[in-house]
Design a binder for this molecule. Structure first.
Ligand SMILES: Nc1ncnc2c1ncn2[C@@H]1O[C@H](COP(=O)(O)OP(=O)(O)O)[C@@H](O)[C@H]1O
Ligand SMILES: [Mg+2]
Length: 281
């Protein structure tokens, strides 16, 4: 699987007449980089992901993989879905077969692959998401975190270049978040570009290579530390500053942390602190 770039340009979307949710929104998903799409509730994250996946046709603007423009014909959508897969926020909107293995087989079977190829894809997807032990289980018996990972496995079985995840960590406890993130790392190693939407600024800061903030019906994209340290942007987007940036900046002010890039998570912050108070090396 090769990394391919997905981009949207000038998207205009309105569900109701006269009220636009996106108005000239552009975003690019660079191949092999982690992109977090951030925004408050109702800002348009899901709408943006649905446009990128082809599930929603914008009133204006375009979506492309490399330089291949998405067309909303049957053929165009079929081609796009082999490159780009969207996993919905609620796994119960996505899972409908009796067992885990059946659910994950659905996409590959629909591609018309033979039984061996389907089996191979399903086994691979279940392994990458660490749900192989659940293959025979009915989906409704699984925990919420397991259902979320099975829903992702269903998309992964299509072997997309770009995987779009709508709030993959929402509603998960800390150990389920860790399992989900570990699975995403394995997917990246297998050549998939991963995009996630979230309103969790702390997660975005520690996970993403780039962030795209949905604000005022458009998207502002850039480096996570710069964007999430921009108070004006955060206020407009109705987001808080990540705690690591607030605490790190204060520790620099009082001389407990060396100047330079701020740590992005607990482990990095603890590693950067001096052994004894007042000694910055
Ligand atoms: N199917 C729909 N019909 C009408 N309005 C919708 C629909 N989906 C989303 N919206 C509206 O569009 C806006 C953006 O929604 P959404 O993209 O779901 O935001 P987010 O994912 O950031 O919470 C919200 O005001 C929401 O109420
Ligand atoms: Mg949403």
């Amino acid at each position: 699987m090769s990394h391919r770039s997905l981009a949207a340009d000038g998207l205009v979307v309105g569900y109701e007449r006269g009220r636009r949710v996106l108005d000239g929104a552009s975003v690019s998903v660079p191949a092999g980089r982690r992109l977090a799409i951030l925004g408050a509730n109702g800002s348009g994250k899901t709408t943006l992901l649905r446009c990128l996946s082809g599930a929603l046709e914008p009133a204006a603007g375009s979506v492309a993989v490399d330089d291949q423009l998405l067309r909303h014909s049957r053929r165009g959508l079929r081609a796009h879905r082999q490159e780009v897969q969207l996993v919905l926020q609620d796994p119960d909107d996505q899972l409908f077969s009796a067992s885990v293995a059946q659910d994950v087989s659905f996409g590959p079977l629909n591609l018309g692959l033979d039984d061996d190829a389907v089996r191979e894809r399903v086994a691979e997807a279940l392994r990458l998401l660490a749900v192989d032990g659940l293959a025979a289980r009915p989906t409704h018996q699984l925990s919420y975190g397991e259902r979320k990972r099975v829903a992702i496995a269903g998309a992964v079985a299509m072997r997309p270049c770009v995987l779009l995840l709508d709030e993959p960590t929402a509603g998960l406890d800390p150990s389920a978040v860790a399992e989900a993130l570990a699975a995403l790392t394995r997917l990246e190693a297998s050549g998939t570009t991963v995009v996630m939407s979230t309103h969790d600024v702390d997660l975005a800061l520690r996970w993403a290579d780039e962030v795209a903030v949905v604000v005022d019906r458009r998207v502002v994209q850039g480096d996570p530390a710069t964007m999430l340290g921009d108070d004006d942007l955060l206020a407009r987007a109705r987001l808080d500053r990540p705690w690591a940036l607030t605490v790190g900046a204060r520790l620099q002010e009082i001389g407990l942390l060396a100047d330079g890039a701020l740590p992005r998570d607990v482990a990095a912050l603890l590693a950067a602190l001096p052994d004894r108070p007042g000694v910055v090396t």
